[in-house]
Design a protein around this ligand. Structure first.
Ligand code: ADE
Ligand code: ZN
Length: 317
């Protein structure tokens, strides 16, 4: 499957940090993170809330622009090895510099340098990602960071974190700010929340939904997504690892596609879910009989929905 050229629209930079990378940073900075790893050295978490706790603990040792640059290089190299030619990475200014957003430009400059150097192997863009359970106020500050640095590597605003905390529409100011700056908009919804949560995200004016898979619970919403050509950033391996569905054949991605919804495939936080893009494609082929036709279709939709300029979009198609 690594020979298939892939577009990945939903990849958290902090969540893509391999355990060995985090352990090395923790040792350098003399932070004891032993509690977040199991005996084999993998991340250990019990459920989604615990996943968020472990994720934040791991992220706490990624402390400088140089750390972010090293991480981005490693993550892009791994993605390129699995055939990814274009990736969009969620990055949270609320994690960079321990919440001191005045340093955001330094972090971004370090990441932009890496992205530019790696462009011939893998093209990439960044999506500024406020954390829903932190607060709408902190999200505003992140959205301002995004708006002020729009036009370079940063091309979008997303909203991640605990979907069941508050409403997506509590973040309307941030999304309006990003839209006015010309950024693409996406929002995690329909992962831990049901159809109503997806409708709230749509009210923000997004063109894409992170996950969105629980739309399957409401046929009229499925029709709406298809009609409005909303693109779902589906992360099946993440959903299975976090227990949303027990078995791959039960996952709704193929049913959503059959109903005309624009689905795409991503890994979310690959080391947390023991996955990569090759494995996602292999599991889709094994579970649903997907062949080149389906993979070509999802990558076409991903190119259409990518937060990039038209010339790049054309090249990706
Ligand atoms: N941040 C990282 N992974 C996430 C997920 N699967 N859902 C919500 N926020 C996240
Ligand atoms: Zn995500």
């Amino acid at each position: 499957m690594s020979n298939i050229k892939k577009i990945e629209l939903h990849l958290h930079l902090e969540g893509a940090a391999p355990p060995a990378f985090i352990r090395a940073l923790a040792a350098e900075k003399r932070v004891d993170l032993s509690g977040i790893f199991d005996e084999r050295g993998h991340y250990r978490y019990a459920d989604f809330n615990d996943f968020l706790r472990v994720y934040e603990a791991a992220t706490s040792v990624i402390q400088t622009p140089a750390d972010y640059a090293r991480l981005l290089r490693e993550v892009l190299e791994r993605a390129a090895e699995t055939g990814v030619i274009y990736a969009e990475l969620f990055v949270s200014p609320e994690f960079c510099g321990k919440g001191d957003l005045s340093a955001w430009r330094d972090y971004l400059a370090a990441m932009e340098e890496v992205a530019a150097k790696m462009r011939s192997d893998i093209d990439s863009r960044g999506i500024v990602t406020p954390i829903r359970h932190f607060s709408p106020d902190r999200a505003r500050a992140s959205a301002v960071c995004a708006a002020e640095t729009a036009g370079g590597w940063i091309t979008g605003l997303g909203l991640g974190g605990a979907e069941t905390v508050g409403k997506a529409t509590d973040f309307a100011w941030s999304f309006d700010c990003a839209r006015e700056a010309g950024l693409g908009l996406t929002c995690h919804a329909g992962e831990w929340g049901g159809p109503d949560s997806i409708r709230e995200a749509l009210a923000l004016g997004v063109t894409r939904i992170g996950h969105g898979v629980r739309a399957i619970e409401d046929p009229s919403l499925v029709d709406d997504l298809a009609e409005k050509a909303i693109t779902l950033e589906v992360c099946p391996g993440s959903n299975i690892a976090l227990g949303l569905w027990r078995r791959w054949p039960d996952h709704p991605i193929a049913r959503l596609m059959d109903r005309g919804v624009r689905v795409t495939v991503s890994t979310d936080d690959p080391p947390f879910f023991h996955t990569d893009m090759d494995r996602e494609y292999r599991m889709l082929a094994d579970s649903f009989g997907w062949t080149e036709a389906e993979f070509s279709q999802i990558n076409q939709w991903a190119a259409d929905a990518a937060f990039c300029d038209e010339a790049t979009r054309t090249r990706l198609r």
